[in-house]
Design a protein around this ligand. Structure first.
Ligand code: C5P
Length: 223
């Protein structure tokens, strides 16, 4: 199981300062909407200059028509990142187009249900409970050829046992952490029990007094 750090801080300098403190740790670096929109491609190079071994996960959650998804995936691949996210609900044709570009050199994970949803928020949009719909979307992602899916640790085990997909789970919190906007949460240890292959952690690390201590604690729990 691997740890991806979400770099969601308010400035590039703050993200890079955090990463400098964590340069020795075997972590993935997740660049999401906030930092990529603000800091662009150059930021990816700056991340690599801190530690060239950092793997980069570009979390832009692509959702569009198949041709746009395919060409956007090609642009991501050309950036040299290691992993991207798309939405499984973009459909099988879009996923297949993305995979025709990604093949085995770019990991593609399809989002099922965002971890910020609970059933009350999910139902009016998808007209299904999260649990069953996440599995339906996971099966679709498998048919579309994706390498894995994004789900909460609460859905991971069932998806792992009913598909051959890898799972990546955000919504990670220790007991003492505030959940914030995340509704379907679990500890790193529980995510491991749910056979998650990757966990994504942001606020519990970057809001801590000592991000190094939190990363060490997480790695102890999951490795
Ligand atoms: O701060 P926190 O640990 O909640 O950060 C979780 C990160 O994972 C954020 O960057 C968020 O965009 C991302 N994410 C998520 N739920 C998903 C996919 C990605 O929370 N389904």
């Amino acid at each position: 199981m691997e740890l991806a750090l979400a770099l969601d801080l308010p400035s590039k300098e703050a993200n890079l300062a955090l990463l400098s403190k964590l340069r020795e740790y075997p972590i993935w670096v997740k660049v999401g909407l906030r930092s990529f929109i603000r800091d662009g491609k150059g930021f990816l190079d700056e991340v690599k200059s801190i530690n060239p071994n950092f793997k980069i996960f570009l979390d832009l959650k692509l959702y569009d028509i198949p041709n746009t998804m395919k060409t956007a995936a090609q642009e991501c691949k050309d950036l040299g990142v290691d992993m991207i996210t798309i939405h499984a609900s973009s459909g099988i044709e879009a996923m297949r187009e993305v995979m025709s570009v990604a093949q085995d050199s770019l990991l593609v994970f399809a989002v099922t249900a965002l971890t910020s949803f609970d059933d009350a928020g999910f139902m009016p949009i998808y007209n299904a409970p999260i649990h069953s719909h996440a599995k339906t979307l996971a099966l679709l992602a498998q048919e579309g050829g994706c390498h894995g899916i994004v789900c909460s640790p609460l859905e991971s085990l069932e998806i792992k046992t009913s598909t051959s997909l890898k799972t990546l789970t955000p919504g990670i919190r220790f007991e003492q952490n505030a959940s914030g906007d995340q509704k379907r949460i679990a500890t790193p240890r529980d995510a491991k029990k749910a056979q998650a292959d990757y966990i994504v952690v942001g606020r519990p690390i970057y809001e801590a007094q000592s991000p190094q201590e939190v990363v060490s604690q997480i790695l102890e729990e999951i490795l």
